[in-house]
Design a protein around this ligand. Structure first.
Ligand code: GLN
Length: 303
């Protein structure tokens, strides 16, 4: 299959779309990004690479980081994790609060904000130097020491993160946060601020395509852990649009409000797209379209 031609065709068909969605503004720093950026990067199981558009420029990975934090926490504490966070799709927006109150402070899953805040708390309790150790984990997975936090994005979110503050405090009131709430939020905002290109993202997520081993073949996760994380990505990776993503694209994946989406087909490829304009559910509008075209044209999906 000529992946490069398929990517080129998808890019050409998408580039001039009049409907590009809206760049996130609720984190003021993200509003500075041009809505015209567009890129797609594919890394296949044999580590051949295919690329089109803006694939080496870094952007804020935002909620995509939740999968990496989940992987590190799962590796550190194993299945005890599931006592503090569930694995059911929420059918609600990423920052929804009411369900948390109804369900006694146990977040529906680790990929909504409430769940990710619990994961942040677990990492803080189990790492010596949480921010440095998380960053090393990401750099190791990506085999790229240049990956870093974007301090301006972290600060910008901290200054406006009232809803995440409310969520963290609600979790604390239910006893599902062990550490200081501000420390948990600071870690969470930093984790979300990690900047990566499509190329770096596809390499980082190769571990979920390659049965728990990174591009250097070091083992990060067991096969069972990879199965579980991929299942959570499929059912919860797109919030109240998880059904739509499975329906249109048919791959485990994760979006972020920076406009990135990562998706994997186990044993076949990991693919990253970036288009900063979001749809009304907070997922990259053109990114979803490009991935839908990719799995439709290649007939490669988990279904
Ligand atoms: N940091 C963002 C927030 O908590 C992440 C949201 C997202 O990417 N969906 O609001």
């Amino acid at each position: 299959m000529d992946f490069q031609k398929i990517l080129n065709d998808i890019y050409a068909a998408t580039k001039d779309s009049s409907e590009k969605g809206t760049v996130a503004t609720y984190i003021p720093e993200l509003a500075k990004v041009s809505g015209d950026k567009l890129g797609m990067f594919l890394l296949d199981a044999e580590q051949n690479v295919y690329s089109v558009g803006d694939t080496s420029e870094r952007f804020s990975i935002q909620s995509i980081s939740k999968v990496i934090a989940l992987a590190q926490a799962f590796d550190l504490v194993g299945n005890t994790l599931w006592k503090r966070v569930d694995v059911e799709p929420s059918g609600n927006p990423f920052n929804f609060l009411s369900l948390l109150e109804q369900e006694n402070g146990i977040p529906r899953n680790p990929l909504i904000n409430a769940g990710a805040l619990v994961i942040s708390d677990i990492l803080i309790s189990n790492l010596k130097d949480p921010k440095a150790d998380f960053l090393s984990y990401v750099r190791g997975l990506a085999d790229d020491p240049s990956i870093d936090y974007d301090e301006a994005v972290a600060r910008s979110e901290s200054e406006t993160g009232f809803r995440n503050r409310a969520t963290a405090n609600l979790l604390k009131s239910f006893g599902n946060i062990e550490n200081d709430v501000e420390e948990v939020l600071d870690f969470y905002f930093h984790q979300c601020s990690v900047a990566m290109s499509c190329e770096q993202l596809a390499k980082t997520f190769y571990v979920f395509c390659n049965r728990g081993k990174c591009t250097k073949q070091s083992e990060y996760l067991t096969l069972s852990q990879v199965k579980r994380i991929n299942a959570i990505m499929l059912t919860c990776g797109f919030y109240d649009e998880a059904g739509e993503f499975a329906f249109e694209v048919g791959l485990p994946g994760k979006s972020g409000v920076g406009g990135g989406i990562i998706a994997v087909l186990p044993d076949h490829f990991s693919v990253a797209v970036w288009a900063p304009g979001l749809n009304e559910k907070g997922n990259s509008l053109l990114g979803m379209q490009m991935l839908e075209q990719f799995t439709t044209q290649t007939n490669l999906s988990i279904f």
